[in-house]
Design a protein around this ligand. Structure first.
Ligand code: IMP
Length: 192
């Protein structure tokens, strides 16, 4: 079985993707390849960040790998917080602070359209490939639900009444930005 590193130490992400690869690739975490550093992600686009992380691992550990980066793009504030989603309310990276700041910024705003966008960069046999996953939706006016993480309690995906935080993980993964980007990556890997 071929080895492939997912440049993350998030065990939930690793487990989810391992399952999708159905035994074709052995998925390794950063810890599995002996990489215990915090990977830099200081580019100004999602694509730049996923490339930066995947490129670092590929160049320094000589292993096929991929990395992801996600942002929430809100139309009324010109696509912000985007690549800065994790740090929107400051370096403490608090989900609650980020949500409160966004609700405050959008107070009285009628245009609540937004999207989550995920970029994945893959390095496979010395070639670089990128994949994108998008889910459109709207920003709710208050918190709803307690599942998921990040901005889930205030994001209502298009065609649904519930926020991501009111959905089961299976329900969310089937339509989410990350789920869609991962599906593209996995279809590509299955063809190799
Ligand atoms: P990351 O690139 O997956 O680390 O995501 C960056 C930031 O985007 C996170 O810290 C969250 O604030 C937000 N985010 C990413 N994915 C999701 C999601 O599925 N739901 C809600 N927020 C998310």
């Amino acid at each position: 079985m071929r080895e492939l590193c997912f440049a993350t130490n998030n065990r939930n992400k690793i487990a989810e993707v391992s399952q999708m690869l159905e035994g074709k690739y052995k998925l390794l975490s950063l810890e599995d390849i002996g990489c215990n550093e915090e990977l830099a992600e200081d580019q100004d686009t999602l694509e730049g960040n996923s490339r930066q992380k995947a490129n670092y691992v590929w160049a320094n550990y000589n292993v096929n790998c991929f990395a992801d980066d996600t942002g929430l793009e809100v139309d009324a504030i010109c696509g912000e917080p985007g690549v800065y989603s994790a740090r929107f309310a400051g370096p403490q990276r608090s989900d609650t602070d980020n949500i409160n700041k966004l609700l405050h910024v959008l107070e009285g705003q009628e245009n609540r359209r937004a999207r989550f966008r995920t970029s994945i960069t893959l390095y496979l046999d010395n070639q670089e490939y990128q994949f994108e996953g998008i889910v459109n939706g709207t920003i709710a006016t208050e918190y709803k639900g307690n599942k998921g993480f990040g901005y889930d309690p205030i994001f209502i995906p298009e065609g649904h009444e519930k926020t991501f935080a009111e959905m089961s993980p299976e329900e969310k993964n089937a339509i989410s930005h990350r789920g869609r980007a991962m599906q593209k990556l996995i279809s590509f890997l299955q063809e190799q």
